[in-house]
Write a protein that binds this ligand. Structure first.
Ligand code: NAP
Length: 692
């Protein structure tokens, strides 16, 4: 009997009942394994995630979760060669697999690094606090906590690894476990990766479960704290989005569906320009990488009508060079589709497209191979279509052939190109190739409503450009309308999708205690010891020094102008102040901040290692000669830092709230300054925690 894939559920590897669905080698059609989920208790799978994985993850801080992702990425990198070997069976060349495998692992690294944008807590404040009362005793602050449910990822077949990792990186950083259901046809590769993840023991129990095969009644068990993400065809997506349990529970449903992405050649670009070559190169890549089975692949090519002939010829010349065959052969640039079903599907879609377009390159039933059998393997030639009446045909804008297929269409002017781009009714991404900033601006502002991402490609950025087809972890991946309306990834935006936002109201001291971030008007603690004499661990949020005071003189203002060379009229020229906001020469804002530092700094050598910068600074009221200023310096926030090298001193960043006020008690300047502060363990035989 053929080996059967495992389902990693409720803490162990379980095979489904019966024979299951047979999965094939895309290159030669030989059966390789079977997948079955028959007999699995999907309700128990979701409960396990909620009861085991969720509490374990939500107890961890963002920083711990981020370090966990990094450990996972490093671990998976060790096993890449094994994954590459399996990936060939999906029809992917080594370059295709690189996107899937190393791109997926790259996502784990990217989200691991993103931990630094969050506090070392399981939850995070969302935005700034807002005063809600004139007396300063009542305020509001949004806070995000991890949802108590599970992220259910139903993925498409084309990126069995990236599709999983790009999604779980986000929910795991947020503190939510995942159940992954890859598309069955290529799930053997996902299974191999999850086996390594499970064996590593890096994730807590219940943080990740895998279903290889049909989703059964999985969605019947979703609840309101869960999040469902779907990647696949619009028709399946629509069916799942309307699932009664999802509607009943108001479960968030993020959908990434098929998309008629387009690339526009700017009217300024002509043969001979570097942008012309970029246009051809990008299109060739888009049509042949992963045999065109990319959700972001360019399906529609819009070319100025006077360039149509040149563009056709150049593109045909380029795609004709594509070597097709065994994905393991190093000379091969394009492998087969993922399976025979996918090939049948693409052929059927192209036949529909041919109702209004003509084939100008390739053949539906004939493909020249470097190595392989065109019948046994799911091979298909690149197919370039031409439609010369794009406003009169609906097909090229609505039928997606998920393979190496694109349709070229002429346009008259930029307004027409924008209209045509929108006829796709919402795409994941679009590109414009142009060297003209005015054309780029017109296109982006005109087409933006219908796209999730727009690449402006020209010679300046070409070398570093990640290309039309690459979703990036820190940018949203998704699109409006028929692209599903969803947004995956997007850095912090993506993480927030798995968290519940709650608006908390209360006194500044209560909000400070909740968030561990000092809020203006909260209680301040003054003591004998200057906060600059305290080690990182010793400092408490709210620790404050109230300084002595200093009267600003005319000489101070003149001297600062001389030292800084800032002779702006408002500081130096008595005669120029008529009709200005100032009555007299005003002290430089930077001087006030410097003078504040002179007041609040404790000068002796101590735990403060250096000044790290200023985050926010506002000059609220003019300070004239004769004014007397004082400062309240308050410990606002503490961020522990990880050691990058063994010999580094353990330390953290401390943010200080600086309030500079004048003789009337009104604030003249506020700022948040950052210092690097040693941890007490850093000083060998010196003071231990809590000592100076
Ligand atoms: P699909 O047939 O719609 O399947 C997508 C996923 O849905 C698979 O995991 C599939 O599982 C599952 N599924 C199907 N019926 C289900 C049901 N009743 N309940 C629960 N799950 C169900 O799409 P595909 O053929 O895998 O992928 C190709 C399509 O995906 C293309 O149209 C492409 O444009 C789109 N795509 C979009 C993106 C994007 O980010 N926008 C990315 C990649 C692909 P089974 O495999 O077990 O049927």
């Amino acid at each position: 009997m053929m080996p059967k894939l495992g389902n990693y559920i409720t803490g162990s590897w379980i095979t489904g009942d019966g024979e299951g669905q047979t999965l094939f080698n895309a290159f030669n059609g030989e059966p390789i394994t079977q997948a079955s989920t028959r007999g699995l208790d999907f309700g128990a799978v979701l409960d396990y995630a909620r009861q085991k994985g969720n509490p374990a993850l939500r107890r961890m801080s963002f920083h711990e979760r981020g370090r966990m992702l990094r450990a996972l990425a490093l671990h998976l990198r060790e096993h890449l060669e094994k994954f590459y070997r399996i990936s060939y069976l999906t029809g992917a060349t080594r370059a295709d697999s690189w996107i899937d495998l190393e791109g997926g692992i790259g996502n784990l690294f990217a989200y691991a690094s993103l931990r630094r944008k969050f506090p070392d807590e399981p939850f995070c404040p969302d935005g700034e606090g807002m005063p809600l009362g004139k007396g300063g005793t009542f305020m509001g602050q949004h806070v995000l906590v991890p949802k108590e449910g599970v992220a259910i990822h139903i993925n498409a077949f084309n990126f069995p690894v990236w599709g999983m990792l790009e999604k779980i990186a986000v929910n795991l950083l947020a503190g939510v476990p995942a159940v992954v259901k890859p598309a069955t046809v290529t799930c053997f590769l996902t299974e191999a990766v999850v086996r390594e993840i499970a064996a590593s023991g890096i994730l807590p129990d219940g943080a990740l479960q895998l279903i290889c095969g049909s989703a059964g009644d999985l969605l019947d068990h979703v609840a309101s704290q869960d999040v469902v993400t779907f990647t696949g065809s619009a028709s399946t997506g629509l069916q799942l989005k309307a699932h009664p349990a999802i509607l009943r529970e108001s479960t968030p449903f993020n959908m990434e569906a098929d998309s008629l992405n387009c690339l526009v050649l700017g009217t300024d670009v002509e043969p001979g320009m570097p942008e012309w070559d970029l246009f051809i190169k990008e299109l060739r890549k888009e049509m042949t990488v992963k045999a065109g089975q990319k959700c972001t692949a360019v399906r529609r090519i819009f070319v100025p009508e006077n360039r149509l002939e040149d563009a056709q010829k150049a593109l045909i010349r380029a795609i004709a060079q594509t070597t097709i065959g065994n994905p393991e052969n190093e000379k091969v640039r394009m492998g087969p589709l993922a399976g025979q079903t996918q090939r049948l599907e693409v052929r059927a879609q192209v036949t529909k497209l041919l109702a209004s377009s003509q084939l100008i390159y390739g053949a539906l039933d004939n493909v020249k191979l470097l190595e392989g059998d065109a019948d046994k393997g799911a091979f298909l030639s690149p197919l370039l279509l031409l439609n010369d009446r794009p406003f009169d045909s609906e097909e090229p804008h609505s039928i997606e052939a998920f393979g190496p297929v694109s349709t070229m269409m002429p346009y008259r002017d930029m307004e027409a190109a924008i209209e045509l781009s929108k006829m796709g009714k919402g795409s994941l991404c679009s590109s414009i190739v142009t060297a003209d900033a005015r054309i780029a601006r017109e296109y982006v502002l005109g087409a933006a409503t219908h796209h999730g991402r727009i690449l402006i490609l020209n010679n300046e950025c070409a070398k570093e450009s990640t290309g039309h087809g690459s979703p990036l972890p820190l940018l949203v991946h998704g699109g409006p309308g028929r692209a599903g309306g969803g947004e995956e990834m997007g850095g912090i935006r993506g993480v927030k999708h798995y968290m519940q936002r709650v608006a908390v109201q209360g006194s500044p001291s209560m909000i400070t205690a909740l968030t561990d971030v000092y809020q203006p008007n909260a209680r301040q603690t003054t003591g004998e010891k200057h906060p600059f004499r305290k080690y990182f661990e010793e400092l408490q949020i709210g620790d404050t020094v109230i300084t002595h005071r200093r009267t600003i003189t005319e000489a101070d203002i003149v001297n600062f102008a001389n030292v800084s060379w800032d002779h702006f009229y408002a500081h130096t020229d008595h005669t120029s102040l008529a009709d200005t906001l100032f009555e007299k020469p005003v002290a430089h804002g930077y001087f006030i901040l410097s003078a504040a530092a002179g007041l609040f700094v404790d000068p002796g050598k101590g735990p403060v290692m250096l000044n790290y910068g200023v985050e926010e600074c506002r000059f609220l009221k003019p300070v004239y000669a004769g004014s007397t200023i004082g400062v309240k310096l308050t410990c606002k926030e503490k961020i522990a830092q990880e050691k990058k090298e063994e010999k580094e001193l353990p330390r953290g960043i401390v943010k200080w709230y600086v309030d500079v006020y004048d003789e009337t008690g009104e604030s003249v300047a506020i700022a948040t300054i950052l210092t690097m502060v040693q941890r007490s363990g850093a000083v060998g035989d010196g003071p231990s925690e809590g000592q100076t």
